[in-house]
Ligand binder design. Structure first.
Ligand code: PAZ
Length: 378
Protein backbone atom coordinates (compact mmCIF):
# COMPACT_ATOMS: atom_id res chain seq x y z
CA UNK A 1 0.00 0.00 0.00
CA UNK A 2 1.20 3.52 -0.78
CA UNK A 3 1.79 5.60 2.37
CA UNK A 4 -0.44 8.61 2.99
CA UNK A 5 2.28 11.30 2.79
CA UNK A 6 3.31 9.99 -0.64
CA UNK A 7 -0.34 10.00 -1.70
CA UNK A 8 -0.73 13.58 -0.48
CA UNK A 9 2.38 14.64 -2.40
CA UNK A 10 0.98 12.96 -5.51
CA UNK A 11 -2.40 14.56 -5.16
CA UNK A 12 -0.86 18.01 -4.51
CA UNK A 13 1.48 17.77 -7.50
CA UNK A 14 -1.08 16.60 -10.02
CA UNK A 15 -3.70 19.09 -8.78
CA UNK A 16 -1.34 22.05 -9.08
CA UNK A 17 0.73 21.18 -12.17
CA UNK A 18 -1.40 21.21 -15.34
CA UNK A 19 -1.65 18.12 -17.55
CA UNK A 20 -0.02 18.36 -21.00
CA UNK A 21 -2.33 19.08 -23.94
CA UNK A 22 -1.47 15.81 -25.70
CA UNK A 23 -2.00 13.60 -22.63
CA UNK A 24 -5.38 12.33 -23.80
CA UNK A 25 -4.07 11.48 -27.26
CA UNK A 26 -1.09 9.67 -25.70
CA UNK A 27 -3.21 7.64 -23.32
CA UNK A 28 -5.61 6.67 -26.12
CA UNK A 29 -2.68 5.32 -28.14
CA UNK A 30 -1.16 3.61 -25.11
CA UNK A 31 -4.46 1.97 -24.10
CA UNK A 32 -4.93 0.50 -27.57
CA UNK A 33 -1.27 -0.64 -27.77
CA UNK A 34 -1.39 -2.34 -24.36
CA UNK A 35 -4.69 -4.10 -25.08
CA UNK A 36 -3.40 -5.43 -28.42
CA UNK A 37 -0.18 -6.82 -26.97
CA UNK A 38 -1.83 -8.16 -23.83
CA UNK A 39 -4.18 -10.12 -26.09
CA UNK A 40 -1.20 -11.38 -28.11
CA UNK A 41 0.63 -12.50 -24.94
CA UNK A 42 3.65 -10.24 -25.50
CA UNK A 43 5.52 -8.63 -22.60
CA UNK A 44 5.22 -4.84 -22.60
CA UNK A 45 7.95 -2.47 -21.41
CA UNK A 46 7.76 1.28 -20.91
CA UNK A 47 11.18 2.75 -21.69
CA UNK A 48 11.73 6.35 -20.61
CA UNK A 49 14.52 8.23 -22.31
CA UNK A 50 16.25 11.61 -22.48
CA UNK A 51 16.29 14.62 -20.17
CA UNK A 52 13.39 16.62 -18.77
CA UNK A 53 13.36 20.42 -18.91
CA UNK A 54 12.47 22.78 -16.09
CA UNK A 55 10.76 25.86 -17.59
CA UNK A 56 11.35 29.18 -15.81
CA UNK A 57 8.45 31.01 -17.49
CA UNK A 58 4.93 29.87 -18.49
CA UNK A 59 5.50 31.26 -21.98
CA UNK A 60 8.84 29.52 -21.97
CA UNK A 61 11.89 31.25 -23.34
CA UNK A 62 14.34 29.99 -20.73
CA UNK A 63 14.57 26.57 -19.13
CA UNK A 64 17.02 24.35 -17.27
CA UNK A 65 18.03 21.14 -19.03
CA UNK A 66 20.49 18.27 -18.61
CA UNK A 67 23.01 16.39 -20.72
CA UNK A 68 21.04 13.28 -21.70
CA UNK A 69 20.81 12.60 -25.45
CA UNK A 70 18.65 9.48 -25.02
CA UNK A 71 21.32 7.05 -26.20
CA UNK A 72 20.68 4.59 -23.38
CA UNK A 73 16.92 4.66 -23.87
CA UNK A 74 16.91 4.40 -27.68
CA UNK A 75 19.53 1.63 -27.75
CA UNK A 76 17.74 -0.27 -24.98
CA UNK A 77 14.43 0.02 -26.81
CA UNK A 78 15.97 -1.65 -29.88
CA UNK A 79 17.30 -4.46 -27.71
CA UNK A 80 13.96 -4.99 -25.95
CA UNK A 81 12.29 -5.21 -29.36
CA UNK A 82 14.92 -7.69 -30.55
CA UNK A 83 14.13 -9.77 -27.45
CA UNK A 84 10.40 -9.96 -28.21
CA UNK A 85 9.02 -7.13 -26.07
CA UNK A 86 6.45 -4.56 -27.16
CA UNK A 87 7.96 -1.17 -26.31
CA UNK A 88 6.34 2.10 -25.34
CA UNK A 89 9.08 4.65 -25.80
CA UNK A 90 8.40 7.75 -23.71
CA UNK A 91 11.14 10.10 -24.79
CA UNK A 92 12.18 13.72 -24.71
CA UNK A 93 11.05 15.31 -27.95
CA UNK A 94 13.90 15.46 -30.52
CA UNK A 95 16.18 13.15 -28.52
CA UNK A 96 17.46 9.92 -30.09
CA UNK A 97 14.93 7.42 -31.44
CA UNK A 98 15.35 3.66 -31.93
CA UNK A 99 16.72 2.78 -35.40
CA UNK A 100 16.90 6.34 -36.77
CA UNK A 101 19.50 7.07 -34.04
CA UNK A 102 22.08 5.36 -36.29
CA UNK A 103 21.71 8.19 -38.80
CA UNK A 104 20.84 11.25 -36.71
CA UNK A 105 22.26 13.63 -34.08
CA UNK A 106 25.66 13.22 -35.60
CA UNK A 107 28.17 15.45 -37.32
CA UNK A 108 27.65 13.06 -40.25
CA UNK A 109 24.41 13.92 -42.04
CA UNK A 110 22.17 11.09 -43.29
CA UNK A 111 22.96 12.50 -46.74
CA UNK A 112 26.54 11.30 -46.23
CA UNK A 113 25.19 7.75 -46.46
CA UNK A 114 23.65 8.42 -49.87
CA UNK A 115 25.00 8.69 -53.39
CA UNK A 116 23.63 9.17 -56.88
CA UNK A 117 23.89 6.25 -59.29
CA UNK A 118 22.43 6.47 -62.82
CA UNK A 119 20.21 9.33 -61.73
CA UNK A 120 18.87 7.36 -58.74
CA UNK A 121 19.58 8.30 -55.12
CA UNK A 122 20.79 5.15 -53.35
CA UNK A 123 22.60 4.15 -50.18
CA UNK A 124 26.37 4.16 -50.68
CA UNK A 125 27.93 0.74 -51.33
CA UNK A 126 29.98 0.83 -48.12
CA UNK A 127 26.84 1.44 -45.98
CA UNK A 128 24.61 -1.21 -47.60
CA UNK A 129 25.20 -4.04 -45.11
CA UNK A 130 24.79 -1.99 -41.97
CA UNK A 131 21.75 -0.09 -43.25
CA UNK A 132 20.07 -3.26 -44.54
CA UNK A 133 20.39 -4.73 -41.04
CA UNK A 134 18.86 -1.67 -39.37
CA UNK A 135 16.15 -1.38 -42.02
CA UNK A 136 15.11 -5.02 -41.64
CA UNK A 137 14.74 -4.65 -37.87
CA UNK A 138 12.81 -1.40 -38.29
CA UNK A 139 10.52 -2.89 -40.94
CA UNK A 140 9.74 -5.91 -38.73
CA UNK A 141 8.87 -3.64 -35.81
CA UNK A 142 6.55 -1.57 -38.02
CA UNK A 143 4.92 -4.69 -39.48
CA UNK A 144 4.27 -6.15 -36.04
CA UNK A 145 3.36 -2.78 -34.54
CA UNK A 146 5.53 -3.39 -31.49
CA UNK A 147 6.83 0.14 -30.95
CA UNK A 148 4.77 3.09 -29.70
CA UNK A 149 6.54 6.44 -29.57
CA UNK A 150 5.34 9.03 -27.06
CA UNK A 151 7.07 12.28 -26.19
CA UNK A 152 7.42 14.90 -23.47
CA UNK A 153 9.52 18.02 -22.98
CA UNK A 154 9.11 19.27 -19.40
CA UNK A 155 9.38 17.47 -16.08
CA UNK A 156 5.64 17.90 -15.55
CA UNK A 157 4.76 16.46 -18.96
CA UNK A 158 7.04 13.50 -18.20
CA UNK A 159 5.41 12.80 -14.82
CA UNK A 160 1.84 13.09 -16.12
CA UNK A 161 2.59 10.68 -18.95
CA UNK A 162 4.41 8.24 -16.66
CA UNK A 163 1.55 8.14 -14.19
CA UNK A 164 -1.23 7.73 -16.74
CA UNK A 165 0.59 5.10 -18.82
CA UNK A 166 1.61 3.22 -15.64
CA UNK A 167 -2.01 2.99 -14.54
CA UNK A 168 -2.95 1.63 -17.96
CA UNK A 169 -0.23 -1.02 -17.61
CA UNK A 170 -1.50 -2.19 -14.23
CA UNK A 171 -3.76 -4.96 -15.64
CA UNK A 172 -0.68 -6.53 -17.31
CA UNK A 173 0.52 -7.60 -13.85
CA UNK A 174 4.06 -9.02 -13.74
CA UNK A 175 4.42 -9.18 -17.53
CA UNK A 176 4.78 -5.37 -17.57
CA UNK A 177 8.11 -3.68 -17.09
CA UNK A 178 9.26 -0.13 -16.43
CA UNK A 179 12.78 0.74 -17.58
CA UNK A 180 13.35 4.26 -16.33
CA UNK A 181 16.41 5.55 -18.17
CA UNK A 182 15.28 9.18 -18.53
CA UNK A 183 17.38 11.78 -16.73
CA UNK A 184 14.65 13.31 -14.61
CA UNK A 185 15.06 16.72 -12.93
CA UNK A 186 15.25 16.68 -9.16
CA UNK A 187 14.17 20.34 -8.89
CA UNK A 188 11.50 22.42 -10.60
CA UNK A 189 9.48 25.64 -10.62
CA UNK A 190 5.92 25.00 -9.42
CA UNK A 191 3.19 26.58 -11.56
CA UNK A 192 2.10 28.96 -8.79
CA UNK A 193 5.65 30.36 -8.59
CA UNK A 194 6.22 30.69 -12.32
CA UNK A 195 6.15 34.08 -14.06
CA UNK A 196 4.02 34.35 -17.19
CA UNK A 197 6.39 36.24 -19.49
CA UNK A 198 10.05 36.27 -20.37
CA UNK A 199 12.15 37.21 -17.34
CA UNK A 200 13.45 40.75 -17.83
CA UNK A 201 17.10 41.63 -17.46
CA UNK A 202 16.65 45.37 -17.93
CA UNK A 203 16.02 46.98 -14.54
CA UNK A 204 13.59 49.46 -16.14
CA UNK A 205 11.21 46.61 -16.97
CA UNK A 206 11.57 44.45 -13.84
CA UNK A 207 8.35 42.93 -12.58
CA UNK A 208 6.51 43.13 -15.92
CA UNK A 209 6.83 39.36 -16.37
CA UNK A 210 4.94 38.33 -13.22
CA UNK A 211 1.48 37.71 -14.77
CA UNK A 212 -0.77 35.61 -12.57
CA UNK A 213 1.88 34.44 -10.09
CA UNK A 214 0.34 34.27 -6.63
CA UNK A 215 3.56 33.60 -4.73
CA UNK A 216 7.06 35.11 -4.98
CA UNK A 217 8.46 33.97 -8.35
CA UNK A 218 10.96 31.11 -8.19
CA UNK A 219 13.04 32.66 -10.98
CA UNK A 220 13.47 36.42 -10.96
CA UNK A 221 16.03 39.16 -11.44
CA UNK A 222 17.40 40.99 -8.44
CA UNK A 223 19.56 43.91 -9.49
CA UNK A 224 21.50 42.49 -12.42
CA UNK A 225 21.51 38.87 -11.19
CA UNK A 226 19.13 36.08 -12.05
CA UNK A 227 18.02 34.30 -8.88
CA UNK A 228 16.61 30.81 -9.25
CA UNK A 229 15.11 29.16 -6.22
CA UNK A 230 13.83 25.72 -7.22
CA UNK A 231 11.69 23.29 -5.24
CA UNK A 232 12.22 19.52 -5.04
CA UNK A 233 10.30 17.31 -7.45
CA UNK A 234 8.36 14.76 -5.35
CA UNK A 235 9.85 11.25 -5.66
CA UNK A 236 7.16 9.25 -7.45
CA UNK A 237 9.07 5.96 -7.67
CA UNK A 238 7.39 4.92 -4.41
CA UNK A 239 4.00 5.63 -5.93
CA UNK A 240 4.87 3.64 -9.05
CA UNK A 241 6.05 0.66 -7.01
CA UNK A 242 3.24 0.69 -4.46
CA UNK A 243 0.30 2.21 -6.25
CA UNK A 244 0.40 2.74 -10.00
CA UNK A 245 1.73 -0.65 -11.14
CA UNK A 246 2.48 -2.77 -8.06
CA UNK A 247 3.02 -6.09 -9.85
CA UNK A 248 5.25 -4.87 -12.68
CA UNK A 249 9.02 -5.31 -12.82
CA UNK A 250 10.58 -1.91 -12.14
CA UNK A 251 14.10 -1.00 -13.23
CA UNK A 252 15.45 2.42 -12.29
CA UNK A 253 18.76 4.06 -13.14
CA UNK A 254 21.11 5.94 -10.86
CA UNK A 255 23.57 8.36 -12.42
CA UNK A 256 26.54 9.62 -10.43
CA UNK A 257 29.87 11.26 -11.19
CA UNK A 258 31.77 10.13 -8.07
CA UNK A 259 32.74 6.41 -8.26
CA UNK A 260 32.84 6.22 -4.46
CA UNK A 261 29.13 7.03 -4.23
CA UNK A 262 27.63 4.98 -7.05
CA UNK A 263 26.97 1.61 -5.42
CA UNK A 264 25.97 3.20 -2.08
CA UNK A 265 23.40 5.43 -3.77
CA UNK A 266 22.06 2.58 -5.92
CA UNK A 267 21.71 0.41 -2.80
CA UNK A 268 20.02 3.28 -0.95
CA UNK A 269 17.50 3.67 -3.76
CA UNK A 270 16.78 -0.09 -3.83
CA UNK A 271 16.21 -0.14 -0.05
CA UNK A 272 14.06 2.97 -0.09
CA UNK A 273 11.75 2.09 -2.96
CA UNK A 274 11.87 -1.72 -2.71
CA UNK A 275 11.68 -2.25 -6.47
CA UNK A 276 13.50 -4.90 -8.48
CA UNK A 277 16.66 -3.44 -9.94
CA UNK A 278 18.75 -0.28 -9.82
CA UNK A 279 21.28 0.12 -12.60
CA UNK A 280 24.10 2.39 -11.49
CA UNK A 281 26.21 4.24 -14.04
CA UNK A 282 28.84 6.96 -14.04
CA UNK A 283 28.71 9.86 -16.44
CA UNK A 284 32.17 9.16 -17.87
CA UNK A 285 32.02 5.35 -18.16
CA UNK A 286 28.30 4.72 -18.79
CA UNK A 287 28.83 3.26 -22.27
CA UNK A 288 31.42 0.75 -20.99
CA UNK A 289 30.14 -0.40 -17.60
CA UNK A 290 27.10 -0.39 -15.36
CA UNK A 291 26.42 -2.00 -12.01
CA UNK A 292 23.24 -3.98 -11.33
CA UNK A 293 22.05 -3.73 -7.73
CA UNK A 294 19.14 -6.01 -6.88
CA UNK A 295 17.77 -8.17 -4.13
CA UNK A 296 17.81 -11.13 -6.53
CA UNK A 297 21.51 -10.99 -7.50
CA UNK A 298 23.19 -8.49 -5.14
CA UNK A 299 25.83 -6.31 -6.84
CA UNK A 300 26.87 -7.30 -10.36
CA UNK A 301 29.02 -5.32 -12.79
CA UNK A 302 28.44 -5.53 -16.52
CA UNK A 303 31.15 -4.42 -18.90
CA UNK A 304 31.89 -4.28 -22.60
CA UNK A 305 35.37 -4.01 -24.03
CA UNK A 306 36.83 -0.54 -24.30
CA UNK A 307 38.15 0.39 -27.71
CA UNK A 308 41.80 -0.04 -28.56
CA UNK A 309 42.93 3.37 -27.39
CA UNK A 310 42.37 2.48 -23.74
CA UNK A 311 43.11 -0.40 -21.38
CA UNK A 312 42.91 -3.65 -23.31
CA UNK A 313 40.54 -6.56 -22.84
CA UNK A 314 41.18 -10.01 -24.24
CA UNK A 315 38.90 -10.36 -27.24
CA UNK A 316 35.53 -8.66 -27.60
CA UNK A 317 33.64 -10.82 -25.18
CA UNK A 318 31.34 -8.92 -22.84
CA UNK A 319 31.72 -9.42 -19.13
CA UNK A 320 28.88 -10.14 -16.78
CA UNK A 321 29.13 -10.75 -13.09
CA UNK A 322 31.52 -10.11 -10.26
CA UNK A 323 33.05 -13.56 -10.51
CA UNK A 324 33.91 -13.35 -14.22
CA UNK A 325 37.45 -14.72 -14.64
CA UNK A 326 38.06 -12.66 -17.78
CA UNK A 327 37.59 -9.46 -15.82
CA UNK A 328 40.29 -10.57 -13.37
CA UNK A 329 42.67 -11.51 -16.18
CA UNK A 330 42.37 -8.09 -17.67
CA UNK A 331 43.31 -6.37 -14.46
CA UNK A 332 39.98 -4.71 -13.67
CA UNK A 333 38.80 -4.69 -10.12
CA UNK A 334 35.59 -6.59 -10.62
CA UNK A 335 33.68 -4.96 -7.81
CA UNK A 336 34.21 -1.30 -8.53
CA UNK A 337 34.13 1.12 -11.43
CA UNK A 338 37.01 1.36 -13.89
CA UNK A 339 36.81 5.10 -13.14
CA UNK A 340 37.97 4.41 -9.55
CA UNK A 341 41.58 4.30 -10.79
CA UNK A 342 41.05 7.18 -13.19
CA UNK A 343 40.45 5.05 -16.32
CA UNK A 344 38.08 6.92 -18.59
CA UNK A 345 37.61 5.28 -21.99
CA UNK A 346 37.47 7.45 -25.10
CA UNK A 347 35.51 7.06 -28.33
CA UNK A 348 32.90 4.32 -28.61
CA UNK A 349 32.97 0.81 -27.12
CA UNK A 350 33.42 -2.22 -29.39
CA UNK A 351 29.92 -3.42 -28.48
CA UNK A 352 26.85 -1.52 -27.22
CA UNK A 353 26.44 -2.32 -23.53
CA UNK A 354 22.64 -2.39 -23.86
CA UNK A 355 23.01 -5.60 -25.90
CA UNK A 356 24.29 -7.20 -22.68
CA UNK A 357 22.05 -5.31 -20.23
CA UNK A 358 18.70 -6.20 -21.81
CA UNK A 359 19.16 -10.02 -22.01
CA UNK A 360 20.24 -9.93 -18.35
CA UNK A 361 17.09 -8.01 -17.42
CA UNK A 362 14.95 -10.34 -19.50
CA UNK A 363 16.25 -13.29 -17.43
CA UNK A 364 15.35 -11.49 -14.21
CA UNK A 365 11.92 -10.65 -15.60
CA UNK A 366 11.29 -14.32 -16.47
CA UNK A 367 12.16 -15.32 -12.90
CA UNK A 368 9.81 -12.68 -11.49
CA UNK A 369 6.96 -13.78 -13.76
CA UNK A 370 7.55 -17.43 -12.80
CA UNK A 371 7.52 -16.53 -9.11
CA UNK A 372 4.28 -14.58 -9.54
CA UNK A 373 2.72 -17.54 -11.39
CA UNK A 374 3.81 -19.93 -8.63
CA UNK A 375 2.35 -17.65 -5.96
CA UNK A 376 -0.86 -17.24 -7.96
CA UNK A 377 -1.21 -20.99 -8.52
CA UNK A 378 -0.32 -21.98 -4.94
O1 PAZ B 1 20.85 9.52 -22.49
P1 PAZ B 1 22.26 9.08 -22.28
O2 PAZ B 1 22.53 7.76 -22.92
O3 PAZ B 1 23.23 10.14 -22.68
O4 PAZ B 1 22.45 8.90 -20.70
C1 PAZ B 1 21.79 7.84 -20.04
C2 PAZ B 1 21.59 8.15 -18.55
C3 PAZ B 1 22.94 8.36 -17.89
C4 PAZ B 1 20.75 9.42 -18.40
C5 PAZ B 1 20.86 6.93 -17.91
O5 PAZ B 1 21.63 5.80 -18.05
C6 PAZ B 1 20.55 7.20 -16.44
O6 PAZ B 1 21.33 6.98 -15.57
N1 PAZ B 1 19.33 7.71 -16.16
C7 PAZ B 1 18.90 8.07 -14.81
C8 PAZ B 1 19.56 9.35 -14.38
C9 PAZ B 1 19.22 9.69 -12.94
O7 PAZ B 1 18.17 10.31 -12.79
O8 PAZ B 1 19.95 9.33 -12.00
Amino acid sequence: MADSSAQEAESHYFTHEPAPKDLKANTTLAREFIARHAAGGRRVVLVTSGGTTVPLETQTVRYIDNFSAGTRGATSAENFLANGYAVMFLHRQFSLLPYSRHYSHNTRSFLDFMEERDGQVVVGAQHQDEMRGVLRQYAAVKRENTLLILSYVTITEYLWNLREVAKLMRPLGPTAMFYLAAAVSDFFVPQDRMVEHKIQSNEEFLGAEAGATTKPPAARTEGKSLIIDLEPVPKFLKQLVDGWAPEAMIVSFKLETDPALLVKKAQYSLNKYAHHLVIGNLLTTRKWEVVFVSEMDGEKWIRVPPNRRTKSFSGVQSLVGAADPLAKQDGFKVDESMAADGTVPQGEPAQEIESVIIPEIEKMHTKLIDRALTRGGA
